[in-house]
Design a protein around this ligand. Structure first.
Ligand code: 3PG
Length: 216
C-alpha cells in the first residue's frame, strides 16, 4: 500500500474529536477548549443541527490552526456538501465508494468506517489511505491487533467507546490513532459551561497516549 500525504495530519495528531449533536451556539467555546487541550482535528457530524454552517464557521475561525472535518458523511452527495462548506477531512460509519473517491480527488482525507477484513480491504481498494474501525466499543483493542495480522500495512483508526482508560490499549494494538466522541465532548459539561473540563480531558487523554507536545 502506498502511503498518502493525506495521512500526515492524522499520523502527527493521532486524535480526531467527534462532535455530534452540538448546537452552533456552543461551537466557538468548544473549539477553543479543544484547541487549548492540544486537539488539532475535530469533525462535526452531518446529522447535527446546522452542521454545514458550523463546519464553515469553524473552518474560517481555525484555518491553519486546526483541521475541521465532517462526520457521518454517508455518500458522495454529502461529501460534496461537506467539502463545499470547508471540511478538510471526511468521516463515515460505512464504506461508500463515491464518498471515498470524491474526497481523494479533492485532496481531502477520507476516513471510511469498516468492521470486517473484507470491508477494510474494499475501502482501501476504493482509494482510502486509512480505515476507521467501527464500532470499537463492541470490538475491543484485540480486534484491531488481530486485523493487523494479515492487514499490517493498512492504517486503522479506532472509533467508538474510546476513553482515557482504553486509549493506550488501542494504540498498543496498532491503531494509527483514535476518534473520540462522548467521553471528551461531554454534553453535561457543555451545557453547564464547563469547557475547562473538556480542555483538561483533552490534555489528559493526549498525555496518556504519550503525546506531550503539539506542533502545527
Ligand atoms: C460516533 O459515532 O459518535 C462515534 O462513534 C463516537 O463514539 P463515542 O461517543 O463512543 O466516542
Amino acid at each position: 500500500m502506498v502511503t498518502s500525504s493525506l495521512l500526515l495530519p492524522l499520523e502527527q495528531h493521532k486524535v480526531v474529536v467527534i462532535i455530534r449533536g452540538i448546537a452552533p451556539a456552543y461551537m466557538s467555546d468548544l473549539f477553543q477548549a479543544l484547541y487549548d487541550g492540544g486537539i488539532r482535528m475535530a469533525e462535526i457530524t452531518l446529522n447535527s443541527e446546522h452542521a454545514l454552517e458550523s463546519i464553515s464557521m469553524m473552518r474560517k475561525a481555525y484555518d491553519g490552526r486546526m483541521m475541521v472535518g465532517a462526520g457521518t458523511v454517508l455518500n458522495e452527495a454529502s461529501a460534496k456538501d461537506a467539502i463545499a462548506a470547508g471540511a478538510q477531512f471526511l468521516v463515515s460509519p460505512n464504506v461508500d465508494e463515491g464518498m471515498i473517491r470524491y474526497a481523494v480527488a479533492n485532496g481531502v482525507l477520507p476516513l471510511p468506517g469498516a468492521m470486517t477484513a473484507t470491508e477494510v480491504v474494499q475501502a482501501v481498494r476504493f482509494g482510502s489511505p486509512v480505515v476507521k474501525i467501527f464500532p470499537c466499543s463492541s470490538l475491543g483493542p484485540n480486534y484491531i491487533k488481530e486485523l493487523k495480522g494479515p492487514l499490517n500495512d493498512i492504517p486503522m483508526l479506532a472509533v467508538g467507546g474510546i476513553n482515557e482508560d482504553n486509549v493506550a490499549a488501542y494504540m498498543k494494538a496498532g491503531a494509527i490513532g483514535v476518534g473520540i466522541g462522548g467521553s471528551m465532548v461531554n454534553k453535561e459539561w457543555i451545557h453547564s459551561g464547563r469547557f475547562d473540563l473538556i480542555r483538561d480531558y483533552a490534555t489528559m487523554l493526549r498525555a496518556s497516549m504519550g503525546i506531550m507536545e503539539t506542533i502545527i
